[in-house]
Design a protein around this ligand. Structure first.
Ligand code: PRX
Length: 582
């Protein structure tokens, strides 16, 4: 346990709702996925996420229950019942099918958090196609890379974001349709593009869902690795039982909950826990189009009477910075449970929740590849601040040594691995099966994280085992940034690292060497920054660029990012025996 942060005990009888998972140890012994499948309908053997999340509620007792409370950036509210949701996603499905989009094709969505994004995701699932939401703060380059790698046939976007698509669409031979959701912005749609309202507006509200099965593709999210460009981790409809079960046991959904997940659907938390977990459990979700703001966020909880809140460490650290006066000026009494994911949550963050609104943050851990939560702090379980909790009852998450043997001694660092076969396990990296296979060794799936486990089975995150950068909970591939930096005429080579940051955990920092004839001037530095932001977008572009004389490289020519990082931080350089001599 981290000194100074004693365990936070739980008085289960005093909780506002009896937790669905009453005792972790008992559940761990008795848990059965077969039992969880009983909460999923599978009519006629069909398994489709859209049916399990939307239609089954719309066809039953929850038809008029609010599925989505949507709040625009400007504060307008729209509400959609499960029946409305079914009709709207059916219309989207009919529209997409009318364009000839087939089962298994990739449909990208680049939009802010507007209702049509949600209708498009579920409409795509209903036709059996693969939905691939992209983060709206991506620049043209990350968009191009992702659509091209997955051979996407369609991009659904908005007039505000369309210029980024227009910049690269001629380089995307697989792209057949660009659909523009223009009515909210009151903008015309150019000839050659398709107006969402033209095809969805007149479409029928009835739709027969493509009879997908458990192993059919459903969603793809791109995630980063040490080498190469981001890979499309592809998931199947089978994952829904994990979303349902973790929704019940980790997010502790109860029928009357108003749930708010602050993550954007461009990242996996925004779909697995912004869509699939809450909707498969039939709860009401708040979706806020607006961005972060301490006041806005606490006001949201007060105004919408949020009961369950799932957010991220960077946001929590920003809230801490804004101080406890803000939360104390709102009535947050509706809130009964708060969680965090995406990066390590420092113990200060866990306990700050108690100070600010009387509840600790519950940290949990998972990845794009795992599809669903694998390790968690549960409402009924004491919290050890700084730990990501214990494995979900139906999955095996352990620490192994270099031979792949489980480490049983407490607090010994090793690789964090999962036993393959959990229901929401990703099934490939799209068009890169080799890389997928490389993640499985010694009978384990290697997560790329290092961790330790204490004597009571709580897991403690140590760090990444690779060069992937985690900035504000978003993973960034150094290679993706390096590739764009060297496109600039002045740049000879680039090496990119994650530089520790008090708020964002890490920020992207690029080291570049210059081609002959270029000098480090203020004008050049401005131009390098402009280039990076224009090509990569604010979510990926480096926050810092530094010109150096030589990039450290191995004799085989690989940039030694580890060394760049050690030098940046003034740390020992470690083993430099493979360093290229000049
Ligand atoms: O390194 C871990 C970190 O984020 C990675 C997964 O990121 P991504 O695939 O984008 O999935 C986001 C959905 C959670 C992990 O391999 N990470 C995630 N949660 C935690 C974490 N690091 C420490 N503590 C966590 N709770």
């Amino acid at each position: 346990m981290i000194e100074g942060y004693p365990e936070i005990a739980k008085d289960v009888a005093a909780l506002k709702a009896t937790p669905n998972l009453v005792d972790w140890a008992t559940e761990r012994r008795t848990f059965s996925w077969d039992e969880q499948w009983k909460g999923i309908d599978r009519p006629g053997g069909m398994l489709n996420k859209a049916y399990e999340c939307v239609d089954r509620h719309a066809n039953g007792a929850r038809a008029n229950k609010t599925a989505i409370i949507w709040q625009s950036a400007a504060g307008e509210i729209e509400r959609y019942s499960y029946l409305d949701f079914k009709k709207q996603s059916n219309k989207a499905a009919n529209a997409l099918r009318s364009l000839g989009i087939k089962k298994g094709e990739r449909v990208f969505i680049l939009a802010d958090r507007i209702p049509e994004l949600y209708f498009a995701v579920f409409g795509t699932l209903k036709i059996g196609a693969i939905t691939a939401p992209l983060f709206s703060a991506f620049g043209p380059e990350p968009i191009k890379e992702r659509v091209s790698r997955a051979e996407g046939c369609t991009i659904i976007t908005t007039p505000k974001l369309l210029p980024k698509v227009n910049e690269i669409r001629s380089q995307l031979p697989s792209l057949r349709h660009v659909i523009v959701i223009a009515h909210r912005e009151g903008k015309p749609v150019a000839a050659g593009d398709i107006a969402w309202s033209d095809i969805v507006g007149p479409a029928s509200e009835e739709f027969e869902i493509e009879p997908t099965g458990p192993d059919d593709w459903s969603i793809m999210h791109f995630t980063s690795g040490t080498t190469g460009l981001p890979k499309g981790a592809a998931h199947v409809h089978n994952a829904i039982v994990s979303h349902y079960a973790t929704g019940k046991y980790v997010l502790d959904f109860h029928e009357d909950d108003i749930y708010w997940c602050t993550a954007d659907p461009g990242w996996v938390t925004g779909t697995s826990y912004g869509m699939f977990a809450p909707f498969s459990n039939g709860v009401t979700s708040l979706i806020d189009e607006g961005g972060f703001g301490a006041r806005r966020w606490f006001e949201n909880i007060q105004k919408h009477k949020v009961t369950v809140w799932y957010t991220a460490p960077t946001a929590i650290r920003l809230l801490m910075k804004a101080g406890t006066d803000i939360p104390k000026s709102f009535d947050l009494s509706s809130l009964r449970y708060a969680m965090s994911v995406g990066e390590p949550l420092n113990p200060e963050g866990v306990v700050w929740g108690i100070e600010a609104f009387g509840l600790p943050f519950h940290d949990n851990w998972w990845q794009t590849e795992t599809g669903a939560i694998m390790c968690a702090n549960y409402p009924s379980m004491p919290i050890r601040p700084g730990s990501m909790g214990r494995p979900f009852p139906g999955v095996d998450v352990v620490i192994v040594d270099e031979q792949g043997k489980e480490i049983t001694e407490p607090m010994v660092e090793g690789a964090l691995v999962c036993k393959p076969g959990w229901p929401s396990m990703f099934r490939t990296y799209w068009n890169d099966q080799e890389r997928y296979d490389s993640r499985f060794k010694n009978g384990w799936y290697y997560t790329g994280d290092k961790a330790k486990r204490d004597e009571d089975g709580y897991i403690w995150f140590v760090g990444r085992d690779d060069d992937v950068i985690n900035t504000s909970g978003h993973l960034v591939s150094p290679f993706e940034v390096e590739s764009v930096m060297i496109e600039h005429a002045a740049v000879a080579e680039a090496g990119v690292i994650g530089k520790p940051d008090a708020i964002a955990m890490e920020v992207v920092k690029a080291f570049v060497t210059l081609n002959d004839g270029f000098e480090k001037t203020d004008a050049l530095m401005r131009d390098l920054n402009r280039h990076a932001r224009a090509r990569l977008g604010p979510a990926v572009a480096p926050k810092e660029i530094e010109v150096i004389d030589i990039l450290p490289k191995t004799r085989s020519g690989k940039i030694m990012r580890r060394l760049l990082k050690a030098r940046e931080l003034g740390l020992p350089e470690g083993d430099t025996s493979t360093l290229e001599e000049d």
